[in-house]
Ligand binder design. Sequence first.
Ligand SMILES: O=C(O)CCC(=O)C(=O)O
Ligand SMILES: [Fe+2]
Ligand SMILES: [Mn+2]
Length: 230
Amino acid sequence: MRPLLVVFKRIHKPPVYASRPRCLSSCASSGLSPLRDDALILGSSRELVQRLGSQVEVRTAFISEEEEGVLLRELEPGLKKKRYEFDHWDDAIHGYRETERVRWGAACEEVLNRVRSVAFPEGSPLLGPVHILDLDKTGYIKPHIDSVKFCGNTIAGLSLLSDSIMRLVKEDASNEWLDLLLPRRSLYILRDQARYNFTHEILKDEESVFSGQRVPRQRRISVICRNLPG
Ligand SMILES: O=C(O)CCC(=O)C(=O)O
Ligand SMILES: [Fe+2]
Ligand SMILES: [Mn+2]
């Protein structure tokens, strides 16, 4: 069973937020980026948030409205030719269309290079094509772990057009979970244990609640960069 937030509310467990200092000096001394936005991460325990916190990042406003527009103008024509897929009960994703892209216009390439430079160690071999996933307003992604055969230890995704909630659940202990609020135009990064030992999912609109607040889901396009297995 997946732990729903309502379950935790019912037993009066307060949501646990990461509460790392966000000042430059302490972040620098702890090796954390000052750009981390820990208020966007909550979880089943403080211990888990702190332990896994170094392997999960959400960076708000990673791209500007203009950059979001540039990406959308490049992606929309190709996406519009496809139909959303709804009816495959066994698929990990419901209500989506997707594509891959290797070559980008200069403005998009600049944004992607920024993603690559913050998400991956220098020289880490990357998966060539960038993955584009277009979720309908009613679409959602069921819990899954990305293929270890094709993808390395890091997954980095930009969220366009909509806020959403990404839930991570420990594969062999479903009482251990983190919810990430992914604001429109944010970047998330999952590394190592967060990538290998936790499923990730994008909640459907009806379930999209973060810390008691509804987070309405619109159509959402994600632009996902991955590295190759080591
Ligand atoms: O849309 C996202 O940000 C995540 C997509 C995903 O989990 C996948 O394609 O494996
Ligand atoms: Fe995934
Ligand atoms: Mn199928």
